[in-house]
Design a protein around this ligand. Structure first.
Ligand code: TRP
Length: 370
């Protein structure tokens, strides 16, 4: 869809967007400091749709960051958002295998199942029930205006908007609010969802409130804009499974080497880090740098006029070295499926306890606690 004219309203909302982005960036810096001062003040919730296996785009973009937050002592809640799989597609796919794979990816990448609560939507009825009162707090036109929903609808190329796609930001608000998470590490594209969650929390308290106005039912969650590093796929486009341009955490070292041999580079044999003019070469340098302790510029210098072949050999080595321990842990975990299901069962049990308590509060606030 192309749009050539820009209405005054759009211009306004765009400048409001950049103002709120600037605010979110500034606030995130304050939060980082507050985490260093006292990590126990925070509860982080993050979620992923179980639609495939985790790849380096996920790993460098968010997973590494989440694990770092956990290492700094922040309590972590990790949602496997199974109901969100069917927002924009008909089938769930091999959902069991994908949930299992995601569990293995998380733990292999460093998430600690002893302290993290890993759970699925479908196993937590009270979370889902929050959707009903929450839906009463938003209008249809607000739902239609959500930029992330609009973008996702466009990406489905002509599919009709399902009721679940339209309302999933409200469901996502329930994901965050039910467990009283106050911190959600997100990318820019997910900021509108967080705004929606805050608005719902605010409107709930205003409309149904509590007898004691100083005791809101919901905590106000904040976005933590991660210093995420966006790596591109091996063809220089967005890394995504459907383009076959990914490196998945679970791949073998040989598969990784094979994929990288086919990666796009350019004709200039002198390797330089120049993301604007040489996006593919620079992306490979960036991945090599993220996987080692060097800068992309230093790696480019070392390779010099070795060309694309030397660059690919270098990035293959760095990535395989970085991924080796993750892959061996993953293989070990996949050999113990029972253990993985037990981690999920325990996480779901804990999520249910918290969700039931929150729903009790909600029903009490609504005088529905008969
Ligand atoms: N929408 C997120 C995604 O597509 C997944 C998600 C579901 C999520 N619930 C969430 C993210 C709550 C943050 C908070 O990746």
């Amino acid at each position: 869809m192309t749009c050539v004219t820009t209405s005054a309203e759009e211009t306004l909302s765009r400048s409001a967007d950049s103002a709120s982005l600037a605010r979110a960036v500034a606030r995130s810096a304050e939060i980082e400091q507050a985490i260093d001062d006292d990590p126990t003040r925070f509860r982080v919730l993050t979620g992923d749709r179980p639609t495939g296996h985790l790849h380096l785009g996920h790993y460098f973009g968010t997973i590494k960051n989440r694990i770092e937050l956990q290492r700094r002592g922040v309590e972590t809640w990790q949602l496997i958002a199974d109901y969100q799989v069917i927002t924009d597609r008909d089938g769930l796919g091999p959902i069991r295998e994908r949930v299992l794979s995601l569990l293995a990816d998380y733990i292999a990448a460093g998430m600690d199942p002893q302290t993290a609560t890993i759970f699925t939507h479908s196993a937590v009825p009270a979370l889902n029930q929050l959707l009903l009162p929450f839906l009463s707090l938003v209008t249809e036109s607000e739902l239609h205006r959500n930029p992330t929903v609009k973008a996702e609808l466009e990406a489905t190329e002509g599919r009709a908007m399902s009721g679940l796609l339209l309302t999933y930001p409200v469901h996502q608000a329930a994901d965050i609010l039910f467990c009283r998470a106050n911190l959600v590490p997100v990318g820019k594209d997910q900021l509108p969802h967080l705004e929606q969650a805050r608005l719902i929390a605010h409107r709930f308290d205003k409309r149904f409130g509590r007898v004691d106005k100083n005791q809101p039912v919901f905590r106000r969650p904040e976005a933590l804009l991660s210093q995420a590093t966006n790596v591109l796929g091996l063809d220089g486009e967005k890394m995504s499974k459907s383009r076959g341009n990914t490196i998945e955490l679970r791949m073998s070292a040989d598969e990784t080497a094979k994929r990288l041999r086919k990666a796009k580079t350019d004709a200039d044999r002198v390797i330089t880090y120049d993301p604007v003019n040489r996006p593919e070469v620079s992306n490979l340098l960036l991945m090599a740098a993220l996987a080692s302790d060097e800068t992309p510029e230093a790696i480019a210098e070392e390779i010099g006029d070795g060309g694309g072949g030397a660059l690919k050999a270098r990035v293959t080595e760095n990535l395989n070295d970085m991924l080796a321990p993750i892959r061996s842990r993953r293989a070990e975990l996949m050999a113990h499926e029972d253990y993985l299901w037990e981690v999920l069962r325990a996480g779901n049990e804990r999520a249910n306890e918290v969700a039931n308590a929150t729903l009790d509060d909600v029903r009490a606030a609504m005088n529905m606690n008969y």
